[in-house]
Design a binder for this molecule. Sequence first.
Ligand code: 13P
Length: 283
Amino acid sequence: MLLSTKDILLAAQQEKKAVAAFNVFNLETVQAAVRAAEEEDRPVIIALGERYLPTVDLEGFAALAIAIARKATVPVALHLDHAYEKESIVRAIRCGFTSVMYDGSKYELEENIARTKEIVELAHMAGVSVEAEIGSVSRGAYSDEEEGEGRLTDPADAKRFVEETGVDFLAAAIGTVHGMYTGEPKIDLELLRNIQASVQVPLVLHGGSGTPDMIIAQAIESGICKVNINTEVSLAAVSHLIQFASTAEPQRAHLSTIMADMQGTILPVMKKFVKLLAQQKQA
Ligand code: 13P
């Protein structure tokens, strides 16, 4: 069923679990995300990054994802990830996305507050929830995201930001990176606990790929309710396709089979995350 992102994340916050938000952009990846969630009986968030809009038809994608979400046996939400332009946000709201992320993290706090507040006002009028980011997540290896400054979130700024913007979820920069880590991950869980103590809204962890399971589990204990995952899924698919291409004969392989096999390769990667995020800490 299609459900509001806010309802899904408030329920996750109550049960001290997190929900996977998979960056997807076509039929195969949407189907895999929903199937992974169904097989684990957990909610899931289908996330499309604004950066894919030059090649992905937003309205067409929404129609496809919403139809699949409605048939799903678990709650599914539809989220616009890392949007920098008001125009894409308005389009996403019009075609049925249940939440949007406005990314004003490159601006100074005052300007990020002013811009985010305007987005929150317009999205809330349509019943759509908003995620925003303060501090800035940097980019590690193989990531397809924009470069960030790697500035950690200040808890006092987080408090002010949430109060003044009315944002529904907050992406906190605590040292995770978009993409894979090139050295030892340096993730500040103490900072996360201070942010959690400063704000009531569900917190979002960007840069799920490559983050050690133990850190993800501890982050969920400290208020993370949504974990974004992109690179690990893409790496699995691309490695599979390269391997396949090195042996396949074009006359013998049909594209539909190749796509189905690729989907079969990413399903266990997605399931691993869905399962991990649903685990509760043993007392
Ligand atoms: P990864 O690419 O590290 O999984 O991060 C994805 C993300 O945070 C998208 O917003």
